[in-house]
Design a protein around this ligand. Structure first.
Ligand code: AR6
Length: 176
């Protein structure tokens, strides 16, 4: 599914974030930036040791913040590492932290002149954020960004499996 906002595109695809040809891909990392499972493990495996070396130098990242490294062996030139919230019960500012994670990735991409970026569904794996709730925040934040700015030309959500893709599609239809 794909929609146009001003001159930019927001798209939803099923796939593997490590295989994307966008200028930047986003990693759903943890505060240590030292790697892990899920998207994080896949990105470090596919991108090679250079990404980890840069992450070690950066030294960590707070929840809701974002940092950038090169893409190592990936097609993407950059990896933007962000840390989503661990979902507890929904009353520990999880939604604000998740929104900040997306916003700070977009701001950082913009500051580097990046025109295309691919996001995974942050926090919805190991961090247990309910998928539909997370999809709403992810999509609202991306739509707001594209309505207010024209510099990023493509925001692609790369969903892992058909359930995630369908959930994002339903949410996007509700929001537009
Ligand atoms: N491409 C796209 N999406 C993927 C891929 C992939 N290759 N692999 C998994 N997903 P998670 P989190 C989906 O756990 O919840 C790590 O250990 C997955 O189905 O990767 O933010 C970090 O080091 C899910 O929907 O990230 C942290 O400790 C979504 O990506 C912690 O996990 C996010 O799942 C972060 O947890």
């Amino acid at each position: 599914m794909e929609i146009r906002i001003n001159k930019s595109t927001l798209s939803l695809v099923e796939g593997d974030i490590t295989r994307q040809d966008t200028e930047a891909i986003v990693n759903a990392a943890n505060k240590s930036l030292l790697g892990g499972g899920g998207v994080d493990g896949a990105i470090h495996r596919a991108g090679g040791p250079k990404i980890l070396e840069e992450c070690i130098k950066i030294g960590g990242c707070e929840t809701g913040e974002a940092v950038i490294t090169t893409g190592g062996n990936l097609k993407a030139k950059y990896v933007i590492h962000t840390v989503g919230p661990v979902y507890r019960d929904g009353i520990h500012n999880e939604s604000r932290f998740l929104e900040n994670a997306y916003k700070n990735c977009l701001r950082l991409a913009s500051s580097k002149g990046i025109k295309s970026i691919a996001f995974p569904s942050i926090s919805t794996g190991a961090y247990r954020y309910p998928l539909a709730k997370a999809a709403e925040i992810a999509l609202k934040t991306a739509l707001d960004y594209l309505r207010e700015h024209t510099d990023i030309e493509l925001i692609r959500f790369v969903l892992f499996g058909s359930t995630a893709l369908e959930t994002y599609k339903e949410k996007l239809k509700e929001l537009i």
